[in-house]
Design a protein around this ligand. Structure first.
Ligand code: UT7
Length: 334
């Protein structure tokens, strides 16, 4: 039987216009531009206007990705949205985006995998296409983390930003597209990164609001240690599964959480700075949106060309991790 290869045929992204700098934050919590840059690499982040929800920014990214793939919304068979900041507990954000863009024949659902969500989404999409169930899948990573960040808590509020990125998956030439996938989770350590209230464990109440339990709670040091360990392991495993050597890798698109975490991964992979997509200086950590936004920028800047081997690698709440190697299948002149 002929091997079905699945690649990215379109990429798009959107970030809100409003910029919040480190200096702005130093006026609301006890922090400084120097501390944030030295410990994280972040200079500024985008924050969605009050009347914008995750589906609004995701819709703009989705439209951009469809245009890039030269497809109409009604061509899409499935929409997968990775997010931890859905518009509502239900209906899914994917269904809202389906309505917004007019993807009338698409099935649609959300997945909750924290910052690893976009790579999980790509892997689900790939499998639907490989199995013959669907032809064209739209995968979106979108977040409005500003809504769940505690703006009184300097340990977390300096880290996150809002944004959305999207990719269209389709069959591609043999030998190109997604080469390998590595997904993992360690639920036993999930309490180090959590939004405690608002679900069935702690439904919203006066107490949960007074105790600020609807905001992100994070043990930064523990997440940091996990991230460094897992980024290296997930990267090496994905390369091995694709039969790629370190020298074969053209581009690393890592989850954008902390420059020190990215530097540690790059060192292990022996990669020079110009082969790593970095945008956390401009946007902070956009969770599931950080990889597709970085990928979109790299493609639009012509940094990624047909035949390049790229590695996506992420870690996040759950705890989870995900990595994927792709032999880029799109010509840059499309
Ligand atoms: O996508 C997944 C989401 N999360 C992550 O990826 C986070 C991973 N972790 C990290 O990126 C880092 O652990 C942080 C950036 C969160 C913190 O950096 P750190 O080097 O681990 O600092 P720390 O937590 O050990 O804090 C060092 C000091 C502390 O003061 P003391 O106890 O030494 O007096 C903190 O209270 O820095 C203080 N601190 C701050 N100071 C100024 C913490 N946050 C700030 C701040 N401004 N914003």
């Amino acid at each position: 039987m002929k091997n079905i290869c699945v690649g990215i045929s379109g990429v798009g992204s959107y970030v809100p216009e409003k910029i919040v700098t480190n200096h702005d934050l130093s006026k609301i919590v006890e922090t400084s531009n120097e501390w944030i840059i030295e410990r994280t690499g972040i200079h500024e982040r985008r924050i969605a206007d009050d009347d914008m929800a995750t589906s609004d920014i995701a819709t703009k990214a989705a439209i951009n990705a469809l245009e890039d793939a030269r497809l109409r919304p009604e061509d899409i068979d499935l929409i997968i949205v990775a997010t931890v900041t859905a518009d509502h507990a239900f209906p899914s954000t994917a269904c809202i985006i389906q309505k917004n863009i007019g993807a009338v024949k698409a099935a649609a659902f959300d997945i909750s995998v924290g910052c690893s969500g976009f790579v999980y989404g790509l892997s689900i999409g790939e499998n639907f296409i490989k199995s013959g169930t669907y032809d064209k899948v739209l995968v979106i990573g979108a977040e409005t983390l500003s809504r769940v960040v505690d703006w009184q808590e300097r340990n977390t509020c300096v880290l996150f930003g809002d944004g959305a990125g999207a990719c269209v998956l389709e069959k591609c030439e043999e030998g190109f597209g997604i080469l390998s996938i590595e997904l993992g989770s360690d639920g036993s350590n999930g309490e180090v990164l959590v939004q405690p209230a608002g679900g069935s464990r702690l439904p919203a109440s006066m107490d949960t609001v007074e105790n600020r339990l609807h905001f992100i709670k994070m043990d930064g040091k523990e997440v940091f240690k996990f991230a460094v360990r897992v980024m290296e392991r997930a990267s090496t495993n994905a390369l091995e599964k694709a039969n790629l050597q370190l020298g074969d890798l053209d581009f690393l698109v890592p989850h954008q959480a902390n420059m020190r975490i990215i530097d540690a991964a790059a060192k292990k992979l022996k990669l020079e700075k110009d082969r790593i997509c970095v945008n956390l200086n401009k946007y902070g950590n956009m969770s599931s949106a950080s990889i597709p936004v970085a990928l979109d920028e790299a493609v639009k800047d012509n940094k990624i060309n047909k035949g390049d081997n790229i590695l996506l690698v992420a870690f996040g709440a759950g705890l989870t991790w995900a990595s994927m190697t792709i032999k880029w299948s799109r010509r840059e002149d499309r």
